[in-house]
Design a protein around this ligand. Structure first.
Ligand code: SF4
Length: 196
């Protein structure tokens, strides 16, 4: 997506440069109400990167993605396929909490997503997993239908990519969990195929 280029560094990028550039970001209104910027967490050499839409209350307070109830469920989902959060990288489309956990607005996404793009460039994951509709719409296609297209593989910037329900959606509607179990198994197969 072209708006990623807005945040492209002039020279070779590094985690130090990215953290310095992003750390005090006030490029959109969400910066005014945050307690903490929620940068991202996990292995900087992960093969798999999980991308959600934005921090919630607990994440905002702790400065870490997926640490509330949805984060605990994500941990369970990872455990199902023999992973934990130290083996993957986890980040969000926007790094500051939208008020009352509303969806991040298009201009907020556009302002922020370049930071995430730089994280992807540094991690170089082989597989991208988008958690929820908002992240899938930003990266896979604007008309992405999470109910119909979760668990399917797409190509995103030359990487294997799939979307699954956001853990918050699974907390609200546990009837969706069996579908996500299947999606996680599909992800495990794809990870295994990396090493065949
Ligand atoms: S949401 Fe992103 S662009 Fe907006 S202030 Fe926070 S870090 Fe900056």
């Amino acid at each position: 997506m072209d708006f990623f280029k807005e945040n492209a560094p002039a020279g070779p990028d590094s985690w130090e440069k990215l953290l310095a550039d992003c750390g005090g970001c006030m490029k959109c209104e969400l910066g005014r109400t945050r307690h903490n910027l929620v940068f991202g967490v996990g292995s900087r050499t992960a093969d798999v990167m999980f991308i959600g839409e934005g921090p919630g209350e607990q994440e905002d307070l702790k400065g870490e993605p997926f640490v509330g109830p949805a984060g605990k469920l994500l941990d369970v989902m990872l455990e199902l396929i023999g992973l934990d959060r130290t083996q993957v990288y986890i980040a969000n489309i926007v790094k500051c909490r939208p008020p009352r956990n509303r969806d991040p607005l298009p201009d907020e996404q556009a302002a922020c997503i370049g930071w995430l793009e730089r994280q992807i460039d540094l991690v170089q994951p082989k597989i991208l997993v988008f958690l929820g509709r908002i992240a899938a719409m930003a990266f896979i296609k604007p008309d992405f239908r999470i109910t119909k297209e979760h668990g399917q593989w797409f190509d995103v910037q030359g990487r294997r990519a799939m979307a699954m329900y956001h853990p918050s959606a699974l907390l609200r509607d546990p009837s969706k969990r069996p579908e996500t179990f299947v999606d996680m198994k599909t992800l495990r197969q794809e990870i295994d195929s990396l090493y065949d």
